[in-house]
Design a binder for this molecule. Structure first.
Ligand SMILES: [Zn+2]
Length: 93
């Protein structure tokens, strides 16, 4: 039990973020600008599939960038993703 805890703790990177959400919000700009590494991008995508908060801030940020660059596009969310988000929301209620 104890060694498992230590292991998990040591896995945190040096510039450790307190939470996944913090890490993701730090990546957000790079991901939107297409500058994130594919590893970061993957991490990011996985996270926003599970985390409604980060998903929403990603959507908002994307919209904002779209407005700024003058290319406002309708944000298309796959139905399966929308469904899983709705399910998540209901789980937390
Ligand atoms: Zn999050």
């Amino acid at each position: 039990m104890e060694s498992k805890f230590t292991e998990a703790y040591q896995e945190a990177p040096d510039e450790a973020y307190a939470t996944d959400c913090e890490r993701v919000s730090y990546m957000l700009d790079m991901v939107i600008d297409g500058e994130a590494s594919s590893e970061d991008q993957k991490y990011f995508n996985n996270h926003i599939e599970e985390c409604v908060n980060c998903f929403e801030s990603h959507q908002k940020q994307k919209l904002l960038k779209g407005l700024i660059s003058g290319h406002l596009q309708r944000v298309i969310v796959p139905e399966s993703l929308a469904y899983s988000i709705k399910a998540k929301i209901q789980e937390t209620l």
